[in-house]
Write a protein that binds this ligand. Structure first.
Ligand SMILES: Nc1ncnc2c1ncn2[C@@H]1O[C@H](COP(=O)(O)OP(=O)(O)OP(=O)(O)O)[C@@H](O)[C@H]1O
Length: 264
């Protein structure tokens, strides 16, 4: 532990497809240590999703270096070192929850032949139980609520066994009540697995609740405005959202954002 999982140095990205190029990211420097829960936080258009997609090997960058475990993102994906959790659960509708959760173990069978020291997939039944889905392993996605579908997507991510999980606003399609309970559910499971997580959000409260480190980003061009360490106890108890310490941290993060962005 303690070695850097992820380093980004001077990463930049310009989209050039239209007549006016969009500078989505500029000069992004970031170091993320093993086992840290990190959020990318900022307003719409600050480049959070682009940065996450670059880390996931889904998007190329055109400046700087990205190193995940000493590998390029694409190599890290090939070696099964990254689990991707999208905004909508992206479950296969014709498969049961159990089969969806186990999918990565099937799809990535080639990656399982990697040398000793590689990661092992987690037991599907254990992870489904951790996410409160033990009675729904046989159900199909259309028989589940939105919150349960997203829990199944998280299960698939944890079963995958990758040391790095990348989550693109995984709760954004859910109602506020479901979202709150799912945040705590994810924290409970994360406490057991302690993987490195990078999560995108535009909720300051979500960033503070989940993270060890919040990367505050501002738009035009997308830059890192501040890296804020969250000094709250782990595990984060239910109800922590109402404590003065929590509310103070939310205020600090919002103040960092305002200092670098006039809010237009
Ligand atoms: N494929 C693309 N082609 C052209 N421009 C793009 C593309 N993807 C993103 N952009 C632009 O890059 C900038 C950053 O977009 P990005 O989606 O990364 O921001 P974001 O912070 O994730 O925003 P949101 O919270 O709304 O998802 C925006 O100005 C966006 O319009």
């Amino acid at each position: 532990m303690g070695h850097d999982t992820i380093t980004l140095s001077r990463v930049g990205k310009t989209f050039r497809r239209s007549r006016r190029p969009v500078r989505a990211l500029s000069d992004i420097d970031l170091v993320i240590e093993d086992g840290t829960f990190v959020t990318l936080f900022g307003p719409s258009g600050c480049g959070k999703s682009t940065l996450l997609r670059i880390m996931a090997g889904l998007q190329d960058h055109d400046e700087g270096e990205v190193s995940l475990f000493g590998q390029t993102p694409r190599a890290a994906v090939r070696q099964k070192n990254i689990a991707w959790i999208p905004q909508s659960s992206a479950l296969l509708p014709w498969l049961s929850v159990r089969s969806n959760a186990a999918l990565s173990t099937v799809v990535n069978r080639a990656a399982d032949r990697r040398p000793a020291g590689g990661r092992t997939s987690r037991d599907v039944g254990t992870v489904l139980a951790e996410l409160g889905l033990d009675d729904f392993g046989g159900a199909r996605p259309d028989q589940l609520s939105g919150g349960m579908r997203q829990r199944a997507a998280l299960a698939r991510g944890f079963v995958h066994g990758a040391p790095l999980m990348l989550m693109d606003e995984p709760f954004s399609a859910l109602d506020e009540f479901t979202r709150e309970s799912l945040r705590h559910r994810l924290l409970d499971v994360w406490e057991r697995h302690r993987k490195t997580v990078v999560l995108v959000t535009h909720s300051a409260a979500e960033a503070v609740l989940m993270s060890d480190v919040i990367v505050v980003m501002t738009p035009r061009p997308g830059r890192v405005r501040a890296v804020v360490e969250v000094d709250l106890p782990r595990p984060r108890p239910r109800g922590i959202e109402d404590t003065p310490e929590f509310l103070g941290a939310v205020r600090r993060v919002k103040a960092e954002l305002r200092a670098g962005w006039d809010g237009d």
